[in-house]
Design a protein around this ligand. Structure first.
Ligand code: FAD
Length: 328
C-alpha cells in the first residue's frame, strides 16, 4: 500500500480544520493507515502548527524555508516534489490554495490526479474508487483511479466528517535540509483583510444563510425574522451579494468569509464547493431546498425539501411559540 500524506494549510499558527478531515479520508483509503502530515512555512507560526498536529498525527513533516513564509503554490510544489517519495498518495483540501497547488504537482510527480472528491468507496490492488460530482452536483460520478504511480487528490471541505481522535503524541521530522534553494516566478504582494461589516458573521454560533433561492430582496426579511427568533445572524451565498440584496461582509465562501458556527441553516443554497469552503468546524447543517437533488443535501445533517418562502415563516412562528411557552 502506498504511503499516504496530507498537506495541511494553516493561518496564524493554527492548522486548518481540514487537517482532521484529510485524516478521516486517509482512513477511508486504508483503515490501518497512519497518514503523515506535511506542513510548509517559516518561523514560529510553522513550529506552532507542527506542535498542534502532534496531538492528532503520528508523524508530521516540517518543511521550513524563508521563501515559504507566504503561501505560494509554485514554491510549495517545488518543495513537495523534493521530499515526497515516489508513488505517494497526497491528500489536499479542495480550497483556493489546494486548487492552485494540486494539478501541477500531480504532473511533476507523474501521479494520477482527482479533484473535488466527496467520497471514497475503497481500494482494490492499485485501483482506488472515488466519488465526485458532475454538472454542478446533479450527477454523482464513480471514478476509478490507478494509483500505481501515486496520486494527488483534492477533497471537498465538509465532505469527510472528522474522526474522534485519540491523542497521537506524534513526532515532527524536519525535512527542510532536503529542499535546497527555492525560487519562483510568482511574487507575494500583500494580504487584504476583508472589512468586518455591521454584523460579524464569523462570531455567531447560529447562522441563517440564504442563497439565490430567496428570490428577491424583499424576502431577506423572512430570513432576518427567523434569525431574530433564534438569536442568530443572516449570512448568504455569493449570488445574494452580486444581486445587492446583502452586503459583501455577509458572504460565506472561498471569496467571502470563513465561518465556524455550531448550527448552519442553508436556505435556498445549492451547495457549491466555493460556498462550502467557507463553512468550518463541522457545524450541524440544516438544508432547506425545494430540489431534493441539490448537492447541499450530501453534506447536511438534516435535509428539508420544501419552498423556503413557506417553510421559514412557519419555523419562525414555531420558535416564537416555544419562547412564549417557556416564558410563561
Ligand atoms: C472564483 C469563484 C469564487 C466563488 N466564491 C463564492 C463564495 O465565496 N461563496 C459562494 O456562495 N459562492 C461563490 N462562488 C459561486 C458559486 O460557484 C455558486 O455559483 C454559488 O455558491 C451558488 O449560490 P446559491 O447556492 O445561492 O445559488 P444556486 O446555485 O443558484 O442555488 C439556488 C438553490 O436554491 C434552491 N431554491 C430555489 N428556490 C427555492 C425556494 N423557493 N425554496 C427552496 N429552495 C429554493 C434551488 O433548488 C437551488 O438549489 C464562487 C464562484 C467562483 C467561480
Amino acid at each position: 500500500m502506498a504511503r499516504i500524506f496530507t498537506y495541511i494549510a494553516h493561518k496564524s499558527g493554527v492548522p486548518d480544520d481540514s487537517a482532521a478531515e484529510l485524516m478521516a479520508a486517509a482512513r477511508k483509503i486504508d483503515a490501518a493507515s497512519s497518514p503523515t502530515a506535511i506542513v510548509t512555512g517559516w518561523g514560529p507560526d510553522l513550529d506552532a502548527v507542527c506542535s498542534s498536529l502532534q496531538s492528532s498525527y503520528a508523524e508530521t513533516w516540517k518543511i521550513s524555508n524563508e521563501a515559504l513564509v507566504y503561501p505560494n503554490a509554485e514554491l510549495v510544489r517545488k518543495a513537495l516534489v523534493k521530499v515526497l517519495p515516489p508513488g505517494s498518495i497526497l491528500l489536499v483540501a479542495h480550497e483556493h490554495f489546494g486548487i492552485d497547488l494540486a494539478p501541477g504537482l500531480s504532473v511533476k510527480m507523474n501521479a494520477a490526479f482527482v479533484s473535488d472528491v466527496l467520497g471514497i468507496e475503497g481500494i482494490e490492488g492499485s485501483t482506488l474508487r472515488l466519488i465526485r460530482q458532475e454538472f454542478g452536483g446533479q450527477v454523482s460520478a464513480h471514478v476509478q483511479c490507478d494509483i500505481s504511480s501515486g496520486a494527488v487528490i483534492t477533497l471537498r471541505p465538509g465532505a469527510f466528517k472528522p474522526l474522534e481522535q485519540a491523542s497521537a503524541n506524534g513526532v515532527v521530522a524536519d525535512k527542510s535540509p532536503e529542499l535546497g534553494p527555492l525560487t519562483a516566478g510568482r511574487r507575494y504582494l500583500e494580504t487584504i483583510v476583508a472589512e468586518a461589516g455591521d454584523v460579524d458573521i464569523t462570531k455567531h454560533a447560529v447562522l441563517v444563510s440564504i442563497g439565490r433561492g430567496i428570490q428577491e430582496k424583499n424576502n431577506v426579511a423572512i430570513a432576518q425574522e427567523l434569525a431574530d427568533a433564534l438569536g442568530a445572524a443572516v449570512s448568504c451565498s455569493r449570488p445574494v451579494v452580486d444581486a445587492k440584496w446583502l452586503e459583501k461582509s455577509r458572504q460565506v465562501g472561498s471569496s467571502g468569509k470563513t465561518v465556524k458556527p455550531q448550527v448552519y441553516l442553508a436556505c435556498g443554497i445549492s451547495g457549491s464547493f466555493q460556498h462550502l469552503a467557507g463553512i468550518k468546524g463541522n457545524p450541524f447543517i440544516v438544508a432547506i431546498n425545494k430540489n431534493p437533488k441539490a448537492p447541499i443535501f450530501q453534506v447536511a445533517d438534516v435535509g428539508i425539501v420544501d419552498d423556503l418562502l413557506e417553510f421559514l415563516p412557519e419555523l419562525t412562528n414555531k420558535i416564537r411559540e416555544m419562547h412564549s411557552v417557556s416564558v410563561k
